[in-house]
Write a protein that binds this ligand. Structure first.
Ligand code: SF4
Ligand code: SF4
Length: 261
């Protein structure tokens, strides 16, 4: 079997280590459930073969899910007394050695959620300014525009109208409803669709027309159903993104929200 190729380490953001801030960030996130998981792991290794990093890296013991998740315990024990090298190691694990897929969790006899532990690590790193650049930019876009691709409200509505016009050439009478109060369903998309793949919106509209669906898009922020802030453990922004969707669903009085992600 061919040797797996070494993957480049994720580029690490430079930070000023602030031991007190790190200690506080850890304490704020370590709830009873996480502490219990850190304690009860029996190191049985049953989770090892479930992880694609472990199997792809020739069963490297450093890729065993419990080994990666236990770095949270190491961080907890250090009480903020960490150096840059340790934080870099955490960063490499959190972003380069775990996709938070939760496959290992399904196989652990104790139900230890290793993805939740690694996600907590990401949240702690983010609180210290250690977030991958791409994620950081997307999170800023959510905060400023309500969607990860920074599509303006004007461009969003214009794209919907453009797709509707094209759709009607093929299916006269088909529409892409915007802000229809009382519609049965509010449809949401990945912001990449209006930005790069508007035809996907048209295709969905075609299906909804053919089956006679009662649906609508909101014109205001709340139509992007991705939540990349979650991947950085940025709970504050992640909650804000969900709030935008909820607000639009309530304003339009729809019965359900349908997401494509
Ligand atoms: S399967 Fe569960 S108990 Fe066993 S090593 Fe993995 S996390 Fe620990
Ligand atoms: S959650 Fe992380 S450690 Fe567990 S199987 Fe997925 S990638 Fe591996």
């Amino acid at each position: 079997m061919a040797e797996p190729q070494a993957q480049p380490k994720p580029q690490r953001p430079e930070i000023q280590i602030n031991p007190e801030a790190i200690r506080q960030a850890v304490d704020a996130r370590l709830n009873a459930r996480l502490k219990m998981w850190m304690r009860i792991c029996a190191h049985c290794g049953l989770c090892a073969d479930t992880c694609h990093f472990y199997t792809a890296k020739n069963k490297d013991p450093r890729m065993v899910p419990s080994f990666k998740a236990q770095k949270l315990k190491k961080l907890f024990k250090k009480k903020g007394a960490v150096d840059q090298a340790f934080m870099d190691e955490l960063y490499d694990t959190a972003y380069g050695e775990c996709t938070l897929c939760r496959r290992c969790t399904l196989y652990c006899p104790f139900g230890i959620d290793m993805a939740a532990m690694v996600a907590t690590l990401r949240g702690i790193l983010t609180s210290q300014g250690m977030t991958p650049e791409g994620l950081k930019a997307a999170i800023q876009n959510y905060i400023e525009t309500g969607n990860q691709m920074a599509v303006s409200e004007e461009d969003w509505v214009e794209t919907l109208k453009w797709m509707e016009e094209e759709l009607q050439e093929e299916l006269p009478g088909a529409t892409i409803p915007i802000d229809k109060v009382g519609a049965k369903m509010m449809y949401t998309v990945n912001a990449r669709e209006p930005k790069y793949y508007p035809q996907d919106i048209q295709m969905a509209a075609k299906i909804f027309h053919v089956v006679g669906e009662d649906w609508t898009f909101p014109s205001k922020p709340g139509w992007d159903d991705t939540n990349l802030a979650m991947f950085a453990g940025d709970i504050k922004t992640a909650s804000y993104i969900v709030k935008l969707i909820k607000e639009q669903a309530e304003a339009l009085q729809v019965k359900r929200v349908v997401i494509t992600e």
